[in-house]
Design a protein around this ligand. Structure first.
Ligand code: AMP
Length: 304
């Protein structure tokens, strides 16, 4: 019996992407692509996929012949009391979204295979860390977070092998960290940063936006708006970095944010704190809205 075009259209909308779970199965797929001379673009995610993740997929599709997405909520990067258990998990919807975007393969790693025997004698035991980066900014309140990211991602990059990996500028510290992990470990993978995707009102799209109440969601766009104003002020000749940052902290609190966890001007390559501006410096911040933490950053628009 032949299906109608309407049937085929709905089949396409509800289809799941092709998946693999095991490392050897994944590596066999990648090896077969490489054997055909194709390059692989890798997009690591924790799922609950949104337009931000899909921008990474599009960037990969532009450069690479095949696109691999992984979905894995990495337990190493959550400290006790953080949101590991309540982090949104929606595998079926994610696989449909990947299928609709023509992702070639989705890797669903298994924790036990990724970290075999962790916590037992002779089990997975390495820690990868770059203390000069992981202690800064978000690392001040989350001292184990970035070593958790670096440890998992070093292993994952080693498993995937080459060629290109795509990360969002939204998580700027993570991008700088993983660029250096790839460099320090001489991994043959090029790390690309993709600009932050925003809602129409400027709020950076994030899986954690799901936690915001309607009132909080109405305040949230003031984060990007206030950071953008501050970046414009910093770009003006004669502006004083400390004065602009102090005023911006006050403005964020006045806008309704509960707390400014940090607000700093940093070097976009080392994340070192800056007291004078230079082109491509980043204004980076974390704020709290009730029990939700929001992250964002803006590049300074300075003439070189
Ligand atoms: P996550 O699933 O939150 O770990 O994010 C996976 C990747 O998507 C990371 O490289 C993030 O930086 C990136 N990402 C998350 N939100 C956005 C966004 N709004 N725009 C661009 N990239 C994003």
């Amino acid at each position: 019996m032949s299906s109608t075009s309407t049937d085929r259209a709905s089949d396409h909308v509800t289809a799941d992407a092709r998946t693999v779970r095991g490392v050897s199965e994944l590596q066999a797929e990648i090896a077969s692509w490489h054997a055909e001379g194709m390059t692989v673009g890798y997009v690591p995610t924790m799922g609950a996929l949104h337009e931000g993740h899909m921008a990474l997929v599009e960037a990969a599709q532009q450069r690479n012949d095949r696109v691999l997405v992984s979905i894995f909520v990495n337990p190493l990067q959550f400290a006790e009391g953080e949101d590991f258990d309540r982090y949104p998990r929606m595998e079926r919807a994610d696989l449909q979204r990947c299928a609709a975007a023509d992702v070639d393969l989705v890797w669903l790693p298994d924790s036990a295979e990724l970290f075999p025997g962790m916590g037992k004698a002779g089990g997975f035991g390495i820690t990868v860390d770059i203390p000069a980066i992981s202690g800064l900014l978000c690392g001040q309140r989350r001292p184990t977070h970035f070593s958790g990211v670096a440890t998992e991602m070093a292993r994952v990059m080693q498993i995937v092998g080459s060629d290109d990996m795509y990360l969002g500028e939204k998580d700027f510290q993570q991008l700088v960290l993983l660029r250096q992990v790839a460099r320090d470990l001489a991994l043959p993978i090029v790390v690309h940063g993709v600009p932050t995707v925003r809602a129409d009102d400027g709020l950076a799209v994030s899986s954690r936006n799901l936690y915001l109440s309607a009132e909080e969601r109405a305040v949230a766009p003031q984060f990007y708006a206030t950071l953008s104003d501050a970046a414009a002020q910093l770009a003006r000749p004669g502006s004083t970095v400390d004065a602009v940052l102090d005023l911006t902290r006050v403005r964020l609190l006045e806008a309704g944010f509960t707390e400014v966890e940090y607000l700093e001007l940093v070097s976009s390559t080392t994340l070192e704190s800056k007291t004078a501006t230079a082109p491509s410096d980043r204004l980076v911040a974390a704020v709290w809205l009730g029990s939700t933490r929001l992250l964002d950053n803006v590049e300074l628009a300075l003439a070189p």
